[in-house]
Design a binder for this molecule. Structure first.
Ligand SMILES: NC(=O)c1ccc[n+]([C@@H]2O[C@H](COP(=O)([O-])OP(=O)(O)OC[C@H]3O[C@@H](n4cnc5c(N)ncnc54)[C@H](OP(=O)(O)O)[C@@H]3O)[C@@H](O)[C@H]2O)c1
Length: 309
């Protein structure tokens, strides 16, 4: 290593977007199997804002301050203690609490090769939403002939879920605000507006009964609407948001595991033209507070991404 410090977005106390600061951090030595990546792009997610506010997911042990949010990135390997990677390799990968930075250390097992044609900002924002959508469709057994309702279909997760479900042969109805309806049609979904009266609006456009539903949206009431539409079949209603509904037996809780194999499959689907990803806005690391204010509106079209360099 020639440089010994790097810039990172850090949180030194929990709070609003204003607690995000740019800091200079020291590089740490690599443990066996780890890889240091010069980050080119890092996706921004609602969970990053929750962590910043002090709501750490149960799956992450709370680390000491300073905390660097962000769990998905793409970049170039600059140092490797893994047999699988060498300096100069272009990669994308996933690891909690490392990504909003110029450099990040990840296990080599959490990286995959970046397809040459994939732009950095796409590579840096593929893992989290992509893997979540992939896990959900697998858990719900979405298949040819299904009629799937996706809540929040234009968001980061929804965008991928719509396309993967279409690829599996399902008809997809997606909820979004009016301004995202043309976008949903382009992705291959039948758009409907969310809000009161949703089941009637869905029945009016569905080619047959809704057989499966995926809640990937901000807001409430999605599980009740989904149960009504699927004939109260909780085994075919999945959520990544309303875990209390899942605990009450009204839905399937969608959870990991995120794996390199799954990410690699998504990268190949992108290369094959099956999966299209939308980056609605890019930010510099110095604009982290603005990026979090935007993500906390709960309105989205695809992903927002930090770019460096
Ligand atoms: N558990 C997990 O593993 C996991 C992983 C990823 C995400 N999540 C959660 O899943 C949700 C979606 O994540 P994301 O990254 O896709 O977020 P996102 O990109 O910010 O998208 C949010 C979506 O919610 C929709 N929405 C906003 N208000 C709504 C309402 N009142 N009713 C219905 N839909 C509404 C938005 O639609 P419009 O923009 O069209 O208005 C948008 O599609 C978030 O709550 C996030 O925390 C969980």
């Amino acid at each position: 290593m020639t440089e010994s410090t790097y810039k990172a977005v850090v949180v030194n106390r929990f709070g609003g977007p204003e607690v995000l600061e740019l800091a200079e951090l020291p590089d740490r030595p690599l443990a066996p199997g780890e890889v240091r990546v010069a980050v080119k792009a890092a996706g921004i997610q609602p969970v990053d804002a929750s962590i910043r506010a002090g709501l750490m997911p149960a799956t992450i042990a709370p680390p000491p301050f300073p905390i660097t949010p962000g769990n998905e990135l793409a970049g170039v390997v600059v140092e490797s203690a893994s047999d699988d990677w060498a300096p100069g390799d272009a990669v994308l990968g996933f690891q909690p609490l490392v990504a909003y930075a110029e450099r990040a250390v990840l296990p080599g097992a959490h990286l995959v090769a970046k397809p040459e044609a994939m732009p950095w900002e796409i590579a840096g924002s593929l893992s989290a939403s992509g893997q979540t959508a992939h896990i959900a469709l697998e858990a719900l057994g979405v298949k040819d002939g299904d009629v799937l309702l996706v809540h929040g279909a234009a968001g980061g997760v929804g965008t991928v879920a719509v396309q993967l479900a279409r690829h599996r042969g399902a008809t997809v109805i997606g909820t979004a605000s009016e301004g995202n309806h043309a976008y949903l049609r382009e992705l291959g979904a039948i758009p409907v507006a969310y809000g009161p009266g949703l089941p009637e609006r869905v029945r009016a456009v569905a080619p047959g009964p809704v057989t499966v539903a995926f809640d990937a949206a901000v807001g409430e009431g999605h599980i009740a609407d989904s149960l009504e539409l699927t004939g109260q079949d909780a085994s075919r209603v999945g959520t990544i948001v309303a875990y209390e509904e899942a605990e009450a037996g009204r839905a399937v809780a969608i959870r990991g595991p995120r794996t390199a194999a799954r990410l690699n499959e998504l990268a190949h689907l992108w290369s094959d033209g099956v999966l299209r990803l939308t980056v609605s806005r890019t930010y510099r690391l110095s604009e982290a507070a603005e990026a979090h204010r935007a993500i906390e509106t709960g309105r989205a079209r695809g992903k927002s991404v930090f770019v460096t360099g």
